[in-house]
Design a protein around this ligand. Structure first.
Ligand code: GRF
Length: 216
């Protein structure tokens, strides 16, 4: 069974969805650690309630970000983590951890990458940008993490229609529901080794019950 760590910086609704999916058997994996970028966030209460070991790593306690991520990497290797999920984690990873967990770190972003992403696009700002642009669709993206900001290979996106009269909050609420479904799907696929490269693209293989090896 795969073991994964979830990195958080906020309320942790995505973390909660993963906890629930593991408990329901929708994800055949174990959350071996929650890594938080600050101590006073609701995500840590969720981890505690679910009895998941949680660790706070604050940048201010280290000489450099690389040093901090070096320690996090060592901790996660000690816990035999197979992969990392960034679920609302607002700090930028340094190259040493990206390299150590190459193709084993995924991130969820609340827009259709490559739109409305990159440096400065987080939280409400993403949805404000979508509404200003007049785009017909927003959505959510799960991608591998590389050295850039939101530049790694896309694993899967899920569209959300922008409605007339949408506000950043109303759009955010629908995108969040899409994120929860998308993240569950991708993490379940990571746990089942069902993410494959196919014709230069990243694809998710269906669960065997839909036909062994079928590509969705
Ligand atoms: C999500 O929208 C995620 O895409 C973004 O930060 C938000 C985190 O929400 N990176 P939560 O903490 O999981 O509720």
């Amino acid at each position: 069974m795969k073991r994964f760590a979830v990195f958080v910086s906020g309320s942790g609704s995505n973390l909660q969805v993963l906890i629930d999916a593991v408990n329901m058997g929708e994800i055949d994996g174990k959350i071996c650690a929650v890594i938080a970028s600050k101590p006073d966030i609701f995500a840590l209460e969720r981890a505690e309630k679910a009895d998941i070991p949680a660790y706070v790593f604050e940048r201010k306690d280290y000489q450099s970000a690389s040093e901090m991520y070096g320690e996090i990497g060592t901790l996660l290797e000690g816990l035999s983590a197979d992969f990392i999920v960034l679920a609302g984690y607002l700090s930028i990873l340094t190259p040493n951890i990206v390299d150590r967990f190459r193709d084993k770190i995924i991130n969820i972003h609340p827009s259709l990458i490559p739109l409305h992403c990159g440096s400065g696009f987080y939280g409400r700002k993403v949805h404000e940008s979508v509404l200003l642009s007049g785009d017909e669709f927003s959505g959510a993206t799960v991608h591998f993490v590389d050295e850039g900001t939101d530049t790694g290979r896309i694993i899967r996106r899920r569209r959300v229609k922008v409605r007339e009269g949408d506000t950043p909050d109303s759009l955010a609420a629908r995108v969040q529901r899409a994120e929860h479904k998308l993240l569950t799907l991708v993490v379940a696929a990571m746990c089942g080794d069902r993410i494959v490269e196919c014709g230069g693209k990243v694809r998710i293989k269906c669960k065997p019950k839909y036909g062994e090896g079928a590509i969705k």
